[in-house]
Design a protein around this ligand. Structure first.
Ligand code: MCN
Ligand code: SMO
Length: 768
């Protein structure tokens, strides 16, 4: 029986659940010292000098460095570099200017954490305040001060997509709906914050870096570039990673500084981010505003779409640069048939912590705008929101459907999934569901189409991602018959290692216990430039793993034939061995084959001793997952408090390799989206000083906030993955904000439109 489609228990589950995970913070090396960073207390200032004398003189302080000490470093690399992009050129420590609260400008090495923190407090920056760019409007104002003197404005880049006669389509529309939809800034809040441990190697030249990251090879390349150290002299290891959600996808300055300092002081070093630090030092998510106008024909068909997207990139376009806004633009037409567009995406710099990748990566922001706009149009067109969507969803017969932004909607039954999900919900019976009491109920829908299996290398090149989108898997059957699979994915909690074991086990016809995965070490695992992110683990790493396993299987077959003294064409692979097709009793087991391949006293013609193979897989295109969320809410109109009562979530991620993991991913993503819909928000005051610095100011969803969720699964295999898998790791985050907002609007009836997240009580009351 195939192990694909089985809810195999996750390998590390028991270890994690019983507190035996081993994270960066658990690493303890002899002689290890602690690093702490001195961070900007102000949003924007000229840095005149840093007085480090008192700190240096403190007992237990081993070193203090400032920006002046890293003058020879190259700037922090940007992983996305779309055409025409402006670069900051910033290094790991600020030198002449401070650009956001939390930006590091000095680092301290001390014998322990307490001493390091005391030294940090003793370091005083002299600075002169500069005018502050507090938000995207301030950044775009023509008289705005520039954050970077070598730029002509505060815009990172502004790609644009145009197709069809947009003016005519709007002029002739039966209805135009337009508004400004804002998705707030959020804190990714992985359970384990970031952390780095480094050790100098004995040769005094190489360095080992243990890091909580989802991209070991990108980090290695980044450290190499910044320090001018060849990549082979840097070993990056990701131990267990306690959540990441996109935020650990990039290289940060801290790892570069530690890699440098470890030789400087000749000791292993550790830096573990505190939660308060994480609120300013690690990239935030979202913070995007979408101006959207949609033109409809009298039949409710969408005739055209016009949009301007603005991303608040914060103070430095490093890491993912304007990637999230680019993806928002690329997916703005959603799962719908729309051929006339004019979409522009801008990213601007402000005096805030940089924003970066966060689960959903630009897609929830676009979805919130489009799905809210559809609900605003439906009553004016005299159509039920479900019917309006049904009329516009791309049909299977139209696929592959190229959208005007260059995405190809590959496969799926969009309208069927909508109807099945509505039926499961009992939609016809539930709507309209408002009541006259102080507690009103409402129902809302959102559909989405989601880019997954991030990769095609030509696409990466086109949009300026600095690495190809392939995955490599190496595979080795040991002399014992056990199979080790070397992958380039860095698990961060999503369970990918179990799923890749399933793929290998399936291809080789072996029990899952006979497979193990090697990952998260630039020396021992496979090279994969892009690593984990873009919901690509199952589809892309699953692809390279299936191909590598197929090659190994062919090799095992030839060894089997050799041992059976049969022709390769006359044998077949059967559970746990190779047998002669016509004479199944002539059979040789895997263990025997493996032993023979390593003894190799006699090697088959054309083969070499040993059982090893590898394969790379570069997907031909993105795979488009899709889904439909139906939410029911109850709104207390005295307080504005929203209770999400029920969610039915229909989705299609192609072939599900591990249904239990898929379910966990959808519900986990949904819970995260619920927080971002209802209350999570990173706030700043008018001077760009952060107001949310702890979990007392920043509300996360509790288990009691998450409603009963029912899932509807469709499984349309992706034509763009050898195993038919599309991604699911981000699916839960995309349609939830719009579905809930649509439900709340349905409950509130004639209130003014809800267009800003999160849907706090104040906003709900204001709409009433
Ligand atoms: N899966 C499956 N069958 C499919 C698709 C996926 O069994 N058809 C399984 C996968 O094998 C994997 C999981 O579901 O175990 C998610 O797979 P996939 O969608 O391919 O995504 P990735 O493995 O690339 O994971 C990254 C994705 C992203 S981009 C973010 S952000 C994210 C997420 O997954 N961050 C997470 N889920 C997370 N889950 C946890 N617990 N922690 C994070 O930081
Ligand atoms: S935000 Mo996920 O790492 O693509």
């Amino acid at each position: 029986m195939s192990v694909i489609g089985q809810s195999v228990r996750r390998t590390a589950l028991d270890r994690f659940a019983s507190g035996r995970g081993r994270y960066v913070g658990d690493i303890d090396l002899p002689g290890m010292a602690t690093v702490a960073f001195v961070r900007s207390p102000v949003a924007h200032a000229e840095l005149l000098g840093v007085d480090t004398e008192a700190a240096r003189a403190m007992p237990g302080v081993l070193a203090v460095i400032t920006g002046d000490d890293i003058a020879s470093f190259a700037p922090q690399p940007s992983l996305w570099n779309p055409p025409g992009q402006n670069h900051s050129g910033l290094k790991a420590l600020a030198t002449d200017r401070l650009r956001y609260v939390g930006q590091p400008f000095a680092a301290v090495v001390a014998v322990d954490r307490r001493t390091a923190e005391a030294a940090v407090r003793a370091i005083v920056p002299q600075y002169r305040a500069l005018p502050i760019i507090a938000d995207m409007d301030a950044a775009l104002r023509s008289a705005a001060p520039r954050l970077y003197d070598h730029w002509s404005d505060n815009i990172v880049a502004r790609p644009r997509w145009q197709a069809g006669d947009i003016a005519a389509a709007f002029d002739n529309a039966a209805l135009v709906v337009s508004d400004r939809f804002t998705t707030q800034r959020v804190h990714p809040c992985s359970l384990e914050p970031r952390g780095v441990v480094v050790a100098p190697d004995l040769d005094g030249e190489s360095v080992t870096v243990w890091l909580s990251t989802q991209s070991i090879h990108q980090v290695r390349a980044g450290i190499s570039e910044c320090l001018g150290l060849p990549e082979h002299r840097i070993r990056v290891i990701a131990p267990d990673v306690g959540g990441s959600f996109g935020m650990k996808a990039c290289i940060y300055g801290e790892e570069v500084i530690l890699a440098f300092l470890t030789h400087h002081v000749g000791r292993p070093l550790r830096w573990i981010e505190t939660r308060a630090e994480a609120f300013v030092a690690s990239t935030h998510g979202r913070d995007e505003r979408v101006d959207l106008a949609v033109a409809f024909g009298p039949d409710g068909r969408i005739r055209a779409l016009r949009s301007t997207i603005v991303l608040d990139k914060g103070a430095d376009p490093y890491a993912t640069s304007m990637g999230t806004a680019w993806i928002s633009g690329a997916v703005m037409t959603g799962p719908y048939r729309i051929d006339t567009i004019d979409i522009e995406a801008l990213a601007v710099v402000t005096n805030k912590t940089p924003t970066g990748a966060y689960r959903g990566f630009g897609q929830p922001e676009a979805n919130f705008a489009l799905e809210r706009a559809l609900d605003m149009a439906a009553p004016r067109l005299g159509l039920d929101p479900a019917e309006l969507r049904r009329r516009n969803l791309v049909a299977p017969s139209e696929m592959p459907y190229p959208t005007p932004t260059g995405i190809v909607l590959d496969s799926g039954r969009y309208a069927d999934l909508l109807d099945t999900t509505l039926e499961r919900f009992g939609y016809g019976d539930a709507r309209p569901a408002q009541s006259s009491s102080r507690r009103r109920t409402g129902v809302g829908i959102a559909c989405y189409a989601e880019t997954t299996n991030f990769g095609p290398s030509p696409l990466c090149k086109l949009i300026g991602v600095d690495s190809g989108g392939f995955d490599i898997t190496a595979i080795r059957m040991e002399p014992s018959g056990h199979v080790r699979v070397f992958v380039g994915q860095t698990p961060m909690g999503q369970g990918i290692e179990t799923v890749l074991m399933q793929v290998a086990a399936d291809e080789l016809g072996l029990p899952i216990e006979d497979i193990s995965i090697v990952h998260g070490d630039t020396v021992s695992s496979a090279y994969t430039a892009y690593a984990s992110g873009g919901s690509r683990g199952a589809g892309v790493a699953g692809g390279s793993t299936a191909l590598a396993a197929r090659r190994l299987r062919a090799r095992i077959l030839r060894w089997g034939a050799h041992l059976l003294d049969a022709l390769p064409e006359s044998v077949r692979f059967m559970q746990g061995g190779v047998e002669v097709i016509d004479v199944p009793s002539r059979r040789v087991g895997i263990a025997e084959i493996a032993a023979a391949a390593y003894k190799a006293f006699s090697t088959p013609e054309g083969l070499e001793p040993g059982l090893e193979d590898r394969a790379a897989y570069d997907p031909p295109a993105l795979a488009i997952a899709y889904g439909c969320v139906v939410a029911e809410v109850a709104v207390d109109i005295d307080t504005g408090k929203i209770a999400v009562e029920r969610i039915v979530f229909g989705h299609d991620c192609g072939v599900q390799i591990n249904p239990a993991i898929v379910e966990g991913q959808v519900i986990g993503g949904l819970a995260q989206a619920l927080g971002a819909t209802l209350f999570e928000e990173v706030r700043y005051d008018a001077d760009a000083r952060p107001l949310t610095l702890s979990l007392q100011d920043y509300l996360l969803p509790l288990a009691s906030d998450v409603p009963h969720v029912e899932l509807v699964h469709f499984e349309t295999p992706s034509p763009f993955s050898p195993i038919g898998a599309k991604g699911v790791g981000e699916s839960g985050t995309i349609g939830v904000p719009a579905a809930i907002a649509n439900a709340v609007q349905n409950a509130l009836g004639a209130a003014s439109p809800l267009v800003t997240l999160p849907l706090t009580g104040e906003r709900v009351l204001a709409a009433l």
